[in-house]
Design a protein around this ligand. Structure first.
Ligand code: ADP
Ligand code: AMP
Length: 218
């Protein structure tokens, strides 16, 4: 199965993708995570992408589609994948069609997480993650069960993203409205879009996604 989690920054895509990974053994393909890894490693792609990411703008279509194709080739053809943060433009949506067709895959579901803009700012400015395993948290909505100890790996080191500040978030939302939201009709015309109320709490959003995936995700 191949699904896209679509929604603005902070909608809960990464949170829900990791639930699907642990519950169904699906693999999350997050272009944001791939780009941050490239920045950290200082690769040519990372060097090129850093300033664009810090400004909240979009990295080039060629770079992100290249990363997705490479990652898919590393996975077995039977692995179910969740695209998180990709595609973000009409050109990327076209590339994804080609990338999937070349590998004998098809898109099963596009799940749109619908969240109000003010809630997004609140979510993003309160977001942090485990520095060791990457588990995601929030200052108010998802604190570690034991203060300052990661639920998943026990580490006490946490980090915040440099682009998770209010100013950059506004640019990222404008990019979403201008370039990403317009790709929804492409998938609506294929009858594969389901909308989920992303304002609900994390467990309820997960339940709604599970209901959409149904027996496909067993
Ligand atoms: P995205 O991957 O779409 O950018 P995240 O999954 O990282 O978003 O979620 C952004 C922040 O909001 C995180 O700190 C996360 O813990 C929190 N969060 C995610 N889903 C919800 C929810 N349904 N209700 C409240 N907070 C949430
Ligand atoms: P994310 O982790 O999805 O919030 O992405 C963080 C940043 O990485 C974005 O603000 C963009 O600068 C860049 N990025 C991630 N995915 C893409 C993509 N599909 N297309 C273009 N830029 C991307």
């Amino acid at each position: 199965m191949n699904i896209i989690l679509l929604g603005p920054p902070g909608a809960g895509k990464g949170t829900q993708a990791s639930r699907l990974e642990s519950e169904h053994g699906m693999v999350q393909l997050s272009t944001g995570d791939m780009l941050r890894a490239a920045v950290k490693a200082g690769t040519p792609i990372g060097v090129q992408a850093k300033a664009v990411m810090d400004a909240g703008e979009l990295v080039s279509d060629e770079i992100v589609s290249g990363l997705i194709g490479e990652r898919l080739d590393e996975l077995g053809g039977e692995t179910s994948v969740i695209f998180d943060g990709y595609p973000r433009t009409a050109a990327q949506a076209d590339s994804l069609d080609q990338i999937l067709a070349d590998r004998g895959r098809k898109l099963d579901h596009v799940i749109e997480l619908v969240v109000e803009e003010e809630a997004l700012v609140d979510r993003i400015t309160g977001r942090f993650s485990c520095a060791k395993c990457g588990a995601g948290y929030h200052d108010r909505y998802k604190l570690p069960k034991v203060e300052n100890v990661c639920d998943v790996c026990g580490s006490s080191e946490f980090k915040r993203r440099p682009d998770d500040n209010e100013e950059t978030v506004r640019t990222r939302m404008a990019e979403y409205r201008a370039k990403t939201a317009p790709i929804l009709p492409i998938y609506e015309a294929r009858g594969i879009v389901s909308k989920v109320d992303g304002m609900a709490d994390i467990d309820h959003v997960n339940d709604a996604i599970e209901a959409i995936l149904g027996s496909d995700a067993s």
